[in-house]
Design a binder for this molecule. Structure first.
Ligand SMILES: *[C@@H]1O[C@H](CO)[C@@H](O)[C@H](O)[C@H]1NC(C)=O
Ligand SMILES: *[C@@H]1O[C@H](CO)[C@@H](O)[C@H](O)[C@H]1NC(C)=O
Ligand SMILES: *[C@@H]1O[C@H](CO)[C@@H](O)[C@H](O)[C@H]1NC(C)=O
Ligand SMILES: *[C@@H]1O[C@H](CO)[C@@H](O)[C@H](O)[C@H]1NC(C)=O
Ligand SMILES: *[C@@H]1O[C@H](CO)[C@@H](O)[C@H](O)[C@H]1NC(C)=O
Ligand SMILES: *[C@@H]1O[C@H](CO)[C@@H](O)[C@H](O)[C@H]1NC(C)=O
Length: 391
């Protein structure tokens, strides 16, 4: 999407979210106290954007210039919410892979992991079955120290792992993130990966003899994610994820970004449940706060979004690729003539925002073309309205 700035004669402004990157208001973290982290909220971040954009336009003597906000993932949610909260600051928003309906009970809680599983199942039922079978095997073998030693070798772990859960998490992350970034061209978003990496993972699994060990198969598939470039000597399976090494998202997830998720028995992951009390206790333990479980839908809405936005909103593109599990919590239907859902069957996590490449399939090229056409329509209308205002 950065590509399209020149044809609009647009100034590109990338605003960093408070408490991420270099925008640390209290100096370098880690912050562990609610006294400082309390200032890390989406509401405050949106207000930052409004202040910055307004000030920048004044300084550039361009107060009437149209502003369109763009974002992907959480950034996509912010883009959509910004348009709703600050319609006088941004006249349009492109919200790519923005799961603004992943809150409360708006979207079925199991849909995320069902979608991940569907990606794998649709490539190869065998691939799906192998992955589904691996978790119990890991649990059994990782039960005692001898087993963990063996498994650590199989997983080429840099250090002997302390529990089979670490191995499960390591595999789990590889499969989930690969589904998210199942792009049609080679990419380096989370990791360096080939085109259609889910298909490549399943090819690896399917190339084993049927009787081979499921752990070997699953490990080889996950290696595509962690070691596609071939430069890993060993794997940091257990990493150094100290729960007290707090990052911004963990805090946000424990305060306002409460996205309930479960794992159904139809999925390829071990079934799992969700309950609010349990989560509340965990958050109290880690961060000393209890989540505001339903704040997001109170603050920004989400329930009956089609009816609400049809009457109230305008100029938002919600784009989603159905290969991306986050698409299930996105807006997948057109709401009005200017609140448009663009859905691609084979798209992945904010694919449309990525730079164009010569290998892009036609449907991505078409999606991006359509977005440009819609944005141009908004701007033309905006300029007409401004002109009339001065007459
Ligand atoms: C606009 O100019 C004022 C005065 O020089 C400055 O304080 C402010 O930071 C500028 N705003 C932006 C967004 O650059
Ligand atoms: C560890 O568990 C395996 C079965 O998973 C068993 O065969 C083996 O004897 C156990 N080793 C020890 C030292 O308990
Ligand atoms: C990573 O891939 C390279 C090349 O295939 C291989 O030599 C190396 O052993 C792999 N690393 C691990 C930890 O498996
Ligand atoms: C899956 O879960 C559903 C509902 O929770 C239950 O009715 C069904 O028997 C389960 N299926 C299997 C194979 O466990
Ligand atoms: C969370 O739920 C599990 C069972 O689902 C239970 O074993 C655990 O103790 C609970 N944790 C808290 C903090 O309530
Ligand atoms: C929404 O409308 C646009 C045309 O304005 C169309 O191209 C698109 O396919 C529609 N989206 C859905 C999900 O039907």
């Amino acid at each position: 999407m950065f590509d399209i700035a020149p044809e609009f004669g647009a100034l590109l402004v990338f605003i960093e979210h408070r408490f991420y990157g270099e925008s640390m208001p209290f100096g370098d973290g880690p912050y562990s106290s609610p006294d400082t982290l309390g200032y890390l909220t989406s509401t405050q971040a949106l207000a930052d954007f409004a202040v910055l954009i307004t000030s920048l336009k004044q300084n550039l003597s361009a107060v009437d210039a149209p502003v369109v906000v763009f974002g992907g993932s959480y950034g996509g949610m912010l883009a959509a919410w910004f348009r709703l909260k600050y319609p006088h600051v941004a006249m349009g928003a492109v919200a790519s892979s923005a799961p603004i309906l992943q809150f409360d009970d708006i979207t079925p809680w199991s849909s995320f992991y069902d979608a991940v599983s569907q990606d794998f199942k649709s490539e190869s039922p065998n691939c799906f079955s192998v992955i589904k079978a691996v978790w119990d095997v890991l649990d059994d073998r990782g039960f005692n120290h001898t087993g963990l030693l063996e498994l650590s070798k199989t997983f080429r772990a840099c250090k002997t792992v302390q529990s089979a859960d670490s191995l499960s998490n390591w595999l789990w992350n590889a499969f989930t993130y690969t589904a998210m970034v199942d792009y049609p061209t080679p990419a380096n978003f989370m990791m360096n990966l080939p085109a259609y990496p889910v298909k490549e993972m399943c090819k690896i699994i399917d190339s084993f003899p049927a009787g081979a060990d499921v752990v070997d198969k699953a490990f080889a598939a996950a290696s595509l994610y962690y070691n596609y470039t071939g430069d890993q000597k060993c794997f940091q399976v257990e990493g150094d994820d100290d729960p007290h090494d707090l990052d911004g998202w963990g805090w946000q997830a424990c305060t306002e970004m409460v996205m309930p998720m479960t794992v159904s028995n139809e999925s390829m992951f071990p079934p799992d449940s969700f309950n609010y009390e349990n989560m509340s206790e965990d958050c109290l333990l880690y961060y000393g706060v209890r989540p505001r479980m339903h704040w997001i839908t109170t603050e920004y809405g989400g329930h009956k979004i089609d009816k609400v936005l049809k009457k109230f909103g305008s100029n938002i593109i919600f784009s989603n690729g159905m290969r991306d599990p986050w698409s299930r919590g996105g807006v997948l239907k057109n709401i009005s003539s200017s609140i448009i859902a663009l859905v691609t069957e084979k798209g992945a996590h904010h694919l449309d925002l990525r730079s164009a490449t010569k290998d892009d399939p036609d449907w991505v090229v078409e999606q991006r073309r359509q977005e440009v056409e819609i944005i141009r329509g908004w701007i033309d209308q905006y300029n007409k309205d401004i002109e009339q205002m001065w007459q």
